[in-house]
Design a protein around this ligand. Structure first.
Ligand SMILES: *[C@@H]1O[C@H](CO)[C@@H](O)[C@H](O)[C@H]1NC(C)=O
Ligand SMILES: *[C@@H]1O[C@H](CO)[C@@H](O)[C@H](O)[C@H]1NC(C)=O
Ligand SMILES: *[C@@H]1O[C@H](CO)[C@@H](O)[C@H](O)[C@H]1NC(C)=O
Ligand SMILES: *[C@@H]1O[C@H](CO)[C@@H](O)[C@H](O)[C@H]1NC(C)=O
Length: 439
C-alpha cells in the first residue's frame, strides 16, 4: 500500500484539531450522568393510563417507590400518550425517560396541590409570605438522577396559576415545573418544558448539574416563568437550549437578603453556552436574589431576539453577597429595549428585617464580543455609591439602533471600555486599557 498523499494527511490533522477544539468547548468540570441502563418500569405496568383524563399521581408514586426499593428497574419509562398527574417526587439512581410523543401533564386542581416549606435561603415563598406549593416534579437530597427522553414534554398547564396571579387570588407562591434540591450528579436533557406555573427548571443547593438540549416554552405574557434558574448551586453546565418564556431565559441566583446571607451558599462554577431564545425580560441574568454570592461564571454564544434586556445583572442594598469573576462573550441580539443593564437597585425585600447596610460587591464583570441591532438603549450601569461596581469591562461591544440608539448611562461604576459603540460613558472611557480588560 502506498502512503496517503500529503493533502489527506493535512485533512486528517485538521479534523483532529477541530475535534479537540470542539471538545474544549464542552462544559468544563461537569460530566453528564449517563442514563441508567437497568431494566425499565413502564408507567403502564404500575396501572398508569396515558389517555389525558386518568389521574396518574398514584402510578408515578408506585413506579418511583418500586425503583427506590430496588424492585427491578432503574428507569421510569413514560410511553407515548398524555399522562395527567399531580406533583410527584423522584428518587436517587434513577432515570425518568419520556418517549417521543409522551407528555407528562400537570392537573389544574390548585386546591389539592400540596404545600412545602419555604427555602431556607429565601425565608418565605418568593411571591408571598409563608410556604409554597410543591414543585410539579421534585427531587430532594438525591444523587445520580437523569431526566431525559426522546424530546417528550413536561407540561405545567400553568394558565390556571397565571390567572390566579393576575387576579391576585393566589394564597401561596406558585409551583416550579422541575425542582432539584440538595442533589448531586443531575442531568436534564432532550426534553420540552412547556407552560410552567412559575420557574421552569430550578436546581437549588445542587452540584454537578447538566442541562442540555432542552426546549423551554411559555407565552411572553406569562408571569415569572423563568427558564433555568441555578440557585446556590455549583458546577453547573447549561448548553444547547432554546428558551422562549415570560421572564428571564436564564438567571443565576443565591438566596434573598438576611435569609440568603445567613444560609451563605454561593452559586459558582457555572458555564452557559449556545443558548438561543427570546423574552420580554433578560436573555442572561444574575439576580436579583444573590445574597449567598455568585462567582466564576462563564457565558458564551448567546443568540437573542425580541428581548427586553440582553444581559441583566441585578442586585440591591440589603442583599449583601457578591457578584464577581463573570465573563460573558459572543452575544448577538436582535431587537432589545436595553442591550445591557447592571443595576444595584432592583428587587424587593422578603420582609422588614433586612439590613439596608448589607451592600453587595460587584467586581470583575467582563462583557465582550457583543453585536446588536435594533437596540433602543445601549445600556445602564448603575452601581451603589457606598459600594462602587468595580472592574467592569466592556470590550468589542457594538450596539446599533433602528434609527438612533439611546446612550450609555452610568453611575457609581469603575472599569474600562475598549472598542464600544455607541461611545461608552465617561466612567468607563476614562480608564481604558488596564490589565483586567483586554480585547
Ligand atoms: C415528596 O418528598 C417529600 C420529602 O422529601 C415528602 O415530604 C412529600 O410528602 C413527598 N410528596 C409526594 C407527593 O410524594
Ligand atoms: C423538540 O421539540 C421542540 C418543540 O416542539 C422542537 O422545536 C424541537 O425541534 C424538537 N427537537 C428534536 C430534537 O426533535
Ligand atoms: C445533546 O445533543 C447532542 C447532539 O445530539 C448530543 O451529542 C449530546 O450528547 C446531548 N447532550 C446530552 C447531555 O444528552
Ligand atoms: C474565574 O472563573 C473561571 C471560570 O469561569 C475560573 O476558571 C477562574 O479560575 C476564576 N478566576 C478566579 C481568579 O477565581
Amino acid at each position: 500500500m502506498s502512503p496517503p498523499p500529503p493533502c489527506v494527511v493535512v485533512a486528517a490533522l485538521l479534523l483532529l484539531l477541530t475535534a479537540s477544539a470542539a471538545r474544549e468547548d464542552t462544559c468544563s468540570g461537569v460530566t453528564p450522568v449517563p442514563p441508567q441502563r437497568g431494566a425499565r418500569v413502564s408507567l403502564t405496568s404500575v396501572g398508569g393510563r396515558g389517555d389525558g383524563r386518568t389521574l396518574n399521581t398514584a402510578a408515578f408514586a408506585r413506579a418511583v417507590a418500586q425503583i427506590e426499593r430496588g424492585g427491578g428497574g432503574t428507569q421510569l419509562y413514560v410511553p407515548p400518550g398524555v399522562w395527567l398527574t399531580g406533583p410527584f417526587n423522584l428518587t436517587s439512581h434513577m432515570t425518568l425517560f419520556l418517549a417521543r410523543g409522551a407528555v407528562i401533564r400537570a392537573h389544574q386542581d390548585t386546591s389539592s396541590w400540596p404545600l412545602v416549606d419555604p427555602l431556607p435561603s429565601y425565608g418565605r415563598g418568593r411571591e408571598l409570605p409563608g410556604g409554597r406549593y410543591m414543585s410539579f416534579i421534585n427531587g430532594n437530597d438525591l444523587e445520580d438522577v437523569v431526566i431525559t427522553g426522546d424530546n417528550g414534554t413536561i407540561d405545567g398547564q400553568g394558565s390556571v396559576w397565571w390567572d390566579m396571579w393576575r387576579k391576585r387570588t393566589l394564597p401561596f407562591t406558585r409551583p416550579n415545573l422541575l425542582e432539584l434540591m440538595s442533589s448531586t450528579d443531575v442531568t436534564i436533557s432532550n426534553l420540552v418544558f412547556r407552560d410552567s406555573p412559575l420557574w421552569n427548571i430550578h436546581p437549588v443547593y445542587c452540584s454537578n448539574v447538566v442541562v442540555a438540549n432542552v426546549t423551554i416554552l411559555a407565552p411572553h405574557d406569562s408571569p415569572l416563568t423563568d427558564g433555568i434558574d441555578p440557585d446556590s448551586s455549583s458546577n453547573v453546565c447549561i448548553e444547547d437550549c432554546y428558551i422562549s418564556t415570560g421572564d428571564d431565559m436564564i438567571s443565576i441566583k443565591s438566596g434573598w437578603d438576611e435569609y440568603g446571607i445567613a444560609f451563605g451558599r454561593p452559586s459558582s462554577g457555572i458555564t452557559i453556552q449556545r443558548i438561543t431564545g427570546s423574552s420580554p425580560f433578560a436573555g442572561f441574568a444574575i439576580g436579583s436574589e444573590t445574597s449567598g454570592g455568585v462567582e466564576n461564571v462563564q457565558v458564551r454564544h448567546l443568540n437573542l431576539f425580541s428581548m427586553g434586556v440582553g444581559i441583566n445583572i441585578k442586585t440591591n442594598s440589603g442583599r449583601g453577597g457578591f457578584i464577581r469573576n463573570i465573563t460573558i462573550s459572543e452575544v448577538t441580539m436582535t431587537e432589545a429595549r436595553y442591550g445591557l443593564r447592571i443595576s444595584g437597585d432592583v428587587g424587593g425585600h422578603p420582609d422588614a428585617s433586612y439590613n439596608p447596610k448589607e451592600l453587595p460587591v460587584v467586581d470583575s464583570v467582563t462583557i465582550k464580543d457583543v453585536w446588536g441591532q435594533n437596540i433602543q438603549q445601549a445600556g445602564l450601569i448603575r452601581g451603589i455609591w457606598k459600594s462602587v461596581f468595580s472592574r467592569i469591562c466592556l470590550s468589542n461591544v457594538k450596539l446599533h439602533g433602528a434609527a438612533s440608539i439611546g446612550p450609555w448611562k452610568c453611575q457609581a461604576v469603575s472599569g474600562s471600555a475598549l472598542d464600544v459603540q455607541p461611545s461608552p460613558c465617561t466612567e468607563l472611557a476614562s480608564t481604558s486599557g488596564t490589565g483586567f480588560c483586554t480585547s
